[in-house]
Write a protein that binds this ligand. Structure first.
Ligand code: X2X
Length: 345
């Protein structure tokens, strides 16, 4: 070993702070910016904090990540997040497939109405061939995808009435996110959808400018939508679910040593698994305690019967068919087959 490396090793052993400074001198930034839409205490924000913490531990402080929730690095416009990662204004992100779908058409797959019947189906996609293919597509767009997390199944809430059939949705103003696919779905159901960021959604719901929204129940709870936004009616229809994806800007990734790259990936995988578990907490059979908790806040919860679900499915079928063409019929077919295979006993 050369004298200098021996010296560096000795310094690293006795004074990690100095070692961190040396590595920064070697081209590492003082701080890496991590973008998320939701912060703590949402599972999404917890995942961001956890990823940063694990990376700090595993790299002995060489990589210092700071989370910027509220999509604040793009002025709250979550649909611009992906472009900003590509351009390097954001170093790392945990993003929803919905928010990145305007730039990555294939990510609309997860927003196809009634494609995924349950958690097993989500896993069949993200952990199988479809997930691999989506990671390849992302890797061709200046980012390095590392792991999956989860926002969750998006359930429908509103301030006006219990919704059991598309008829009940007629004329309701519903806030939707991101992709035009959502506008198509809610238009097909007879609602009046309007697109806005999460930052704008909560005040719009509170003031009554819009009647309803769709988001995972963990979000519904943590944002207290039942009181803060008058959302007294909730329909469990599980029509779409959005996974989260952990990525790093490619140039940033390439500036790190192989050892640090491995540490960041391992940390993302661990934080991702924990995020998925947290996103599903209270929402698993047999007793779904989170749903009872929501009812405890005076919310009327409707669980759709299969017959009623079929009405929503039929009404959105043309949207499914139209978007299968946009996303790519082969990818959609592969997704359908992966889900079908996951249902074999
Ligand atoms: O804006 C939303 O609804 C949210 C927080 O779920 C997403 O970022 C997709």
């Amino acid at each position: 070993m050369k004298k200098l490396s021996v010296l560096l090793l000795a310094v690293a052993m006795v004074a990690p702070g100095i070692a961190a400074q040396i590595s920064q001198a070697a081209g590492y930034k003082q701080e890496y910016k991590l973008s998320t839409v939701l912060g703590k205490p949402f599972p999404w924000g917890n995942a961001g904090e956890r990823w940063a913490e694990l990376v700090r531990e595993k790299t002995a402080g060489r990589i210092n990540i700071k989370m910027y929730p509220g999509a604040s690095l793009v002025g709250g416009d979550q649909t611009k997040e992906f472009t900003s990662i590509r351009q390097g204004a954001i170093d790392l992100a945990i993003g929803s497939t919905i928010n990145w779908s305007p730039q990555v058409q294939e990510l609309n797959l997860f927003s196809m109405p009634f494609l995924m019947p349950d958690y097993k189906a989500i896993d069949a996609l993200t952990k199988g061939q479809v997930g691999d293919e989506l990671f390849k597509i992302l890797a061709s767009k200046d980012v390095v995808p590392l792991a999956w997390g989860e926002n969750g199944f998006r359930e429908l809430s509103n301030s006006k009435r219990a919704i059991r059939s598309p008829e009940d949705l007629k004329g309701l103003k519903i806030r939707v996110v991101g992709s035009p696919l959502f506008l198509d779905s809610f238009t097909a159901l007879g609602a009046n959808p309007t697109q806005m960021s999460w930052a704008d959604a909560v005040p719009a719901l509170s003031s009554g400018a819009v009647d309803g929204q769709e988001n995972p129940l963990t979000v519904f709870m943590a944002a207290k939508l039942y009181s803060a936004a008058n959302q007294k009616f909730l329909t469990l229809w599980g029509y779409v679910a959005d996974p989260l994806i952990f990525v790093v800007n490619k140039e940033v990734w390439e500036s790190w040593s192989a050892e640090d790259q491995a540490a960041v990936k391992e940390a993302a995988e661990q934080a991702g698994e924990e995020c998925i578990a947290e996103a599903r907490q209270g929402l698993l059979p047999p007793d779904y305690p989170l749903i009872s908790e929501i009812e405890g806040h005076g919310v009327t919860v409707v669980t759709l019967s299969e017959a009623h679900k079929a009405e929503f499915k039929a009404a959105t079928r043309p949207v499914y068919e139209k978007w299968a063409e946009e996303i790519g019929p082969e990818l959609v077919k592969k997704a359908e087959e992966s889900i079908a295979a996951s249902r074999q006993p």
